[in-house]
Design a protein around this ligand. Structure first.
Ligand code: UD1
Ligand code: CA
Length: 459
């Protein structure tokens, strides 16, 4: 169920597209669902901003069902009646509770089948149950609690006594499909929101003599729903800290983990040290024995062993060879491929380049669309002029070249192996191997000029 607007978030973005742990709430729930059943047996009920939700999750391969008007969680299932009628049982998941695990879903399904129930719901004990539906258990003959459920009472209809119940409805259910649909029409709208609540199915099925049971999970963290910005932040934090703990258990040092943002799919090898305030996002892979200093943001990048990344670097879709040194304040844009032991330093921007083994570009430089060999020295302030206003062109700098500071290399251009480019040159023509290219105007010296000026005789 992912059709709701998420009024409590006060957002233009539909609730289920709000992110925790680096991806939309709904993406987490769909990932859990598709680890239990094949994607083509998953039906996602969309409504509010349906097009946007669909577009965001199309790649998962699940089906979408449109609930054009959102008249409640019960109404959401009424809308899906046709496709669901092909099945014996249906697992219902809430699209805004992202920490649910495949294990719990599978467990809930097995419990439902074992109990031969018409409806099985997932429950949990929460210290603070406010906002959730409360479970009213059926008392068995000897007055002990049983698996059977009498009803679910929503927060806004609960009596003061019922509000004291800590066992909540997690919003995850399994139904026997024929039983669900032979009673679903009876759902009333007599509640403060005038909606059809799926939760009312518990009492409805009970009255019809059907078996309604609850299975309580010990891991109450996984049932939390994100209805407000504060809940989003708290779930995000839990996901982040879980990821950091997992990496630490695998041998990664993370100082001050509460300040680090590491996406779930990120891999980090042992003995890498991550300093405070670092973000490692997307599908990044970090080798062993690296040090990532503070304020780096690394997305979808691959980093070899023993790399030092000094503070303030931004890496996007970059590949860094072993023992390379980056930063402080380097910006490596997509397609940057930095060789083993190479250095990219202060305020250097790279894009779509190959920088060979042991080469250095240490200061204030832009390198774009360039193939740079091994042991090349790129002087401070060097710029590859890769764009002529229409198209991008390539600069080739072969092994062992020395490019003096403040040079501009106007692409397409090639500097041959071992050549020198004099400082402040504008290189517009190819430079042969082992040559020296000087592309600047000759210096003029006017003897005594300054003295004359100070004396007021200057021209
Ligand atoms: C619901 C349950 C509550 C439970 C809680 C657990 C009901 C009436 N209440 O409350 O007992 O404790 O979840 O998190 O079900 N949705 C639709 N179509 C609609 C309305 C909602 O698809 O017409 C979707 C929402 O997008 C959301 C999910 O259903 O993903 C749950 O809806 P929400 O409004 O968040 O229900 P809660 O008030 O949290
Ligand atoms: Ca909710």
């Amino acid at each position: 169920m992912a059709a709701g607007k998420g009024t409590r978030l006060k957002s233009q973005l539909p609730k289920v597209l709000h992110e925790v742990g680096g991806k939309p709430l709904l993406a987490h729930v769909i990932a859990a669902a598709t680890s239990v059943v094949p994607a083509n047996d998953v039906y996602t009920i969309v409504g509010h901003e349906a097009g946007r939700v669909r577009a965001g999750l199309e790649a998962t391969g699940v089906n979408f069902v449109l609930q054009a008007e959102q008249r409640g969680t019960g109404h959401a299932l009424m809308v899906a009646r046709e496709p669901l009628s092909a099945y014996g049982h249906v697992i219902v998941l809430s699209g805004d509770a992202p920490r649910i695990t495949p294990q719990t879903i599978a467990h809930l399904l097995n419990f439902h089948l074992d109990e031969q129930a018409a409806m099985t719901l997932l429950s949990a004990d929460l210290d603070n149950p406010a906002g959730y539906g409360r479970i009213i258990r059926k008392r068995s003959r000897n007055n002990s609690r049983s698996a059977e459920v009498q009803a679910i009472v929503e927060e806004n209809s609960a009596s003061p006594t019922q509000k004291k119940i800590h066992e909540i409805n997690a919003g995850f259910y399994v139904f026997a499909v024929p039983k669900l649909f032979s009673h679903i029409e009876k759902l009333s709208t007599a509640n403060p929101h005038g909606e059809r609540y799926l939760t009312d199915m518990a009492a409805l099925l009970r009255k019809a003599g059907q078996r309604v049971v609850a299975w309580k999970t010990e891991n109450s963290g996984e049932v939390l729903g994100a209805n407000t910005r504060a809940e989003l932040a708290s779930i995000d934090q839990q996901i982040r800290i879980t990821k950091c703990r997992q990496l630490m258990a695998e041998g990664v040092t993370i100082f001050y983990p509460a300040t680090c943002v590491i996406d779930n799919d990120v891999e980090v090898a042992p003995d890498t040290v991550i300093e405070p305030f670092v973000q490692i996002l997307g599908r990044s892979r970090i080798g062993a024995g690296c040090r990532i200093r503070s304020y780096c943001v690394i997305r979808d990048s691959e980093i070899g062993h023993g790399v030092l990344i000094r503070p303030g670097c931004v890496l996007e879709e970059a590949r860094i060879g072993p023992s390379a040194v980056l930063g402080p304040y380097s910006h490596l844009r997509p397609g940057s491929d930095i060789g083993e032991g190479a250095h990219v330093g202060n305020f250097v921007e790279t894009k779509k380049i190959k920088l060979g083994k042991g080469s250095k570009a240490n200061h204030l430089t832009y390198l774009g669309d360039a193939e740079i060999g091994a042991d090349v020295n790129i002087g401070a302030g060097t710029i590859t002029c890769n764009y002529d206003g229409r198209a991008k062109h390539t600069t080739v700098i072969e092994d062992g070249v020395f490019v003096g500071s403040d040079s501009t290399l106007v692409a397409p251009v090639r500097v041959g192996k071992g050549a020198y480019v004099a400082a402040a040159s504008c290189v517009t023509e190819d430079v042969p191997e082992d040559a020296l290219a000087i592309g600047r105007s000759r210096q003029i010296v006017k003897e005594g000029w300054a003295r004359e000026k100070r004396a007021g005789r200057g021209k």
